[in-house]
Design a protein around this ligand. Sequence first.
Ligand code: PHE
Length: 348
Amino acid sequence: MIERIDALRGEGEAAIAAAATTDALEQARIHYLGRRAELPNLLRGVAQLPPEQRGAVGKAANVARKALEQLIEARGAELAGAELERQLAEDRIDVTLPGAPLPPAGGLHLLNATRREIEDVFVGLGYTVAEGPEVERVYYNFDALNHDPAHPARLRTDTFYVADDVVLRTHTSPMQVRAMEQHPPPIFLIVPGRVYRRDSDATHTPQFHQIEGLAVDEDITLSDLKGTLLAFARAIFGDERQVRLRPHFFPFTEPSVEVDVSCFNCKDGLTREGARCPLCKGTGWIEILGAGMVDPNVFGYVREHGYDPERIQGFAFGMGVERIAFLKHGVSDLRLFYDNDLRFLEQF
Ligand code: PHE
């Protein structure tokens, strides 16, 4: 009997030591110490043994059981510790690895990039930026800008009417009057925004963008206009540029001018290969905008806001954003700006 107990103890010890997982250890426990296992059964049967054997067998079986119990507990703790270590090692995240690559960020549309570039030039010269309504009263779009009642731009064939006295603005110039109503002089302002005309071909889209400029103070001259536009032309088209003013007519400026920048694609109208430059058509000059000195009649509409035409002068200019982008980047068809074809947009 004692020998059997010793044998069971030896087997049990070996099985516990060999258990590689907590599951295997539990199997060993059931096998050697479970309710139907041999050793506990022996212990339960001790009472039926002859009295002279009971003491020794009972003691040996008890000692064996306690020994196995202790071993199971120790081995269990060992396995649980190892298990935890393994899980920690498996779950470790290397925070020093680079993250997933960022999705491409996209970019500004060429028209927005150009608008911002132009804004930056004027903000650098001390101008502020304001926007105005695209649905505009005829009063601001034409009347207060000194347009004759019979001016052709007022025709429904040229301009989108929303009501008899409301249009989609045909230029950003209405903001000249709105701005002067709101602020006494001096004013140094640019106004980017959408404008609308009933025109549609390779060089005209019914909706396009302008940037208006307005500078008003007590001693502003045409030379200030020319110097300002020279700084602008050099910032946008390169340091070598010159500008020239040609007489023109706008109802709301007097005198009025069209402004040309010296061609940045050729020298004196000839390309490096000696051909006639296609950009300036061989003239050496490219028209970039319209401008002039604010007509005293326009100040007459805002006289009570501090604009006495006897005391105040100013200049104004208006340029097309599409036109600047188109010249600078050699775009062949204005409609490409609105097609949203990535093959076109991604070139800039
Ligand atoms: N508003 C004019 C146009 O759209 C441009 C312009 C603005 C001319 C300001 C003179 C002064 O053609």
